[in-house]
Design a protein around this ligand. Structure first.
Ligand code: ADP
Ligand code: MG
Length: 259
């Protein structure tokens, strides 16, 4: 089981779109996938067709009330498992402030999930994909403490690299607690090849990140923006769209890294 967090403290860079569509594309390649929403906005939850305000159990119950991850799992109509989130998760920073181990709650829950899957006859997950909030708050720290690799979606615009230092520093600092933690890859999102600035920034990112850059470019594609309104990953909404094909290519790259 590999745990991948999709993180970047900037909003609107395509984290949720990447989390949902990478999960769906991995599932389409017959991988056993669990998508976990760690953003109180709950966009990944509704993007997979679940009603975020009508869930039996969410990540708030897991992190604040000690409910086990396995009890909170829902099956998404899109063919993979999901644990949802909604605004109940928003108070976590305040509620857990000063708690000892507040940054390790999620890691403990994941360890329980792993051991329960080992004991039962259920197939273990190949990938657990975590959609993070646009912030380096306690929720994101919890994700990074439990994660093997981080995928950073980046939009190729002028301020793309701004704020990245904070994320890199946080990752660096957390490797003390979690030695496995590393940047698994950087993915260019909302890409428009006709835009000169986008091409320039893209080249700059390649120079900066080298082998950490995924070759797949996720184009700006209206189907990717429409699909969540239908509660579907793009692959189930319009299988042959550019957006759907790009996320399948990205999934292939992610699988290749696992070998
Ligand atoms: P984040 O989770 O980083 O805040 P989102 O994935 O929610 O970002 O994306 C922000 C907005 O941009 C959403 O409305 C989403 O539908 C849209 N979007 C994301 N990626 C693309 C893309 N490749 N093409 C078109 N629209 C996109
Ligand atoms: Mg998001």
């Amino acid at each position: 089981m590999e745990i991948i967090a999709i993180a970047n403290q900037k909003g609107g860079v395509g984290k949720t779109t990447t989390a949902v569509n990478l999960a769906a594309s991995l599932a389409a390649k017959r991988k056993h996938v669990l998508l976990i929403d760690l953003d109180p906005q709950g966009n990944a939850t509704s993007g997979t067709g679940l009603d975020k305000n009508d869930l039996e159990l969410t990540m708030a119950d897991v992190l604040l009330d000690g409910v086990s991850l396995s009890d909170a799992i829902e099956r998404s109509p899109a063919g993979f498992d999901v644990i949802g989130a909604n605004k109940e998760l928003a108070g976590m920073d305040v509620t857990l402030m000063g708690h000892t181990n507040s940054h390790e709650l999620f890691k403990t829950a994941v360890a329980d999930l792993v051991s329960s899957q080992l004991k039962s006859s259920k197939d273990a997950y190949d990938y657990v994909i975590i959609d993070c909030a646009p912030s380096l708050n306690l929720l994101t720290i919890n994700a990074l403490v439990a994660t093997d690799g981080v995928i950073i979606p980046m939009q190729c615009e002028y301020y793309a690299l701004e704020g990245l230092a904070d994320l890199s520093q946080t990752i660096e600092r957390l490797t003390e607690l979690n030695p496995k933690l590393h940047i698994r890859g950087v993915v260019r999102t909302l890409y428009d090849a006709r835009n000169t600035l986008a091409r320039d920034v893209s080249a700059e990112l390649e120079a900066h990140f080298g082998d950490l850059m995924y070759k797949t470019l996720i184009p700006r594609n209206v189907r990717l923006a429409e699909a969540p309104a239908h509660g579907l990953p793009v692959i189930a909404y319009e299988r042959w769209s550019k957006g759907a094909r790009a996320y399948q290519k990205l999934a292939a790259e992610v699988i290749k890294q696992s070998r």
